[in-house]
Design a protein around this ligand. Structure first.
Ligand SMILES: O=C(O)CCC(=O)C(=O)O
Length: 220
C-alpha cells in the first residue's frame, strides 16, 4: 500500500519528521505544492543491486568534474559519468558536457527502469559518492536541455544516504528520505520548477552510486 500525501495537505517541519527518522519500507507518493514524487524502496532486489554496484564501480570511467560555487571553480565533491547519445550536450555549472556512449550495464539497467515505470529515457548521469564526505549541493534538475517538466528516475545502489527536498519558495518546507540500495525515486511534473534537492555530507556513510535517468530534448 502506498502512503499518499495529497495536494491540499501542508507538511510543516513537524510533519516532515514522518520521513525524517524512518527507513521507509512501503512505496510513498507525495503530490503537493508543485512537488510530485514517488519513492519505491524495494524496486530492485538486494542481490541485483549489489551486483550492479560492484560492476558499475569497477567498469565506469569516473571523472571528477568542476563546479562553480559563488563564482569560484572547485572539484565536485563526487565522481561522475554522463552517458547518452553523441548529439547531446548538457551545460552543467558553466561546463558544456558531452556524454560517453552507453555502457552495457547502464543500458541494461535503463531497460529495467523503463519496464518498471512505463517511461523512456535517453541518458543517465551516474554519480559515485566515495564516502560520507562526498555530497551533492542544493539544485534542481531544470537545465534547458531537459525541456519543461522533466521526468527523472533516480536509482540508488550501495550505502543509504539522506536525500532532502526543499521548496524553492520556502526553504523551511523540507522533506527527507533515506535512499537505500535498490530504491527508485521518480520526480515528475513541476517538481524541478518548485523544489530543489540535495545529498548532504554524512560522517560515516559508505560508498554509494546513484543513477539518474533523464530524457534530453533535441529542440528546446
Ligand atoms: O545522488 C542522488 O540521490 C541525487 C543525484 C542528483 O541530484 C543529480 O544527479 O542531479
Amino acid at each position: 500500500m502506498s502512503k499518499q500525501v495529497k495536494n491540499d495537505q501542508i507538511i510543516n517541519e513537524t510533519q516532515s519528521d514522518l520521513f525524517a527518522n524512518d527507513i521507509q519500507s512501503s512505496p510513498l507518493i507525495v503530490q503537493r505544492d508543485g512537488l510530485d514524487i514517488e519513492y519505491r524502496p524495494d524496486a530492485f532486489s538486494c542481490e541485483m543491486s549489489q551486483k550492479w554496484f560492484v560492476d558499475l564501480l569497477n567498469k565506469t570511467p569516473w571523472k571528477q568534474d568542476e563546479v562553480v560555487v559563488y563564482g569560484k571553480r572547485h572539484l565536485a565533491p563526487r565522481l561522475s559519468c554522463w552517458m547518452g547519445e553523441s548529439w547531446m550536450t548538457y551545460t552543467y555549472s558553466k561546463n558544456k558536457m558531452r556524454p560517453r556512449a552507453w555502457g552495457e550495464l547502464p543500458w541494461k539497467i535503463k531497460t529495467h527502469v523503463e519496464g518498471m515505470t512505463g517511461e523512456t529515457f535517453n541518458s543517465v548521469l551516474i554519480n559515485y559518492y566515495r564516502n560520507g564526505q562526498d555530497s551533492n549541493g542544493w539544485h534542481a534538475d531544470d537545465e534547458i536541455e531537459l525541456g519543461p517538466q522533466p521526468t527523472i528516475a533516480s536509482l540508488s545502489l550501495g550505502a543509504s544516504r539522506d536525500f532532502y527536498l526543499r521548496n524553492k519558495h520556502d526553504h523551511k518546507d523540507k522533506l527527507k528520505l533515506s535512499l537505500k540500495a535498490g530504491s527508485l525515486l521518480m520526480m515528475r511534473g513541476t517538481t524541478q520548477d518548485h523544489w530543489q534537492h540535495s545529498v548532504p555530507k554524512r560522517a560515516s556513510a559508505g560508498p554509494r552510486i546513484n543513477l539518474t535517468f533523464r530524457t534530453m530534448r533535441v529542440n528546446c
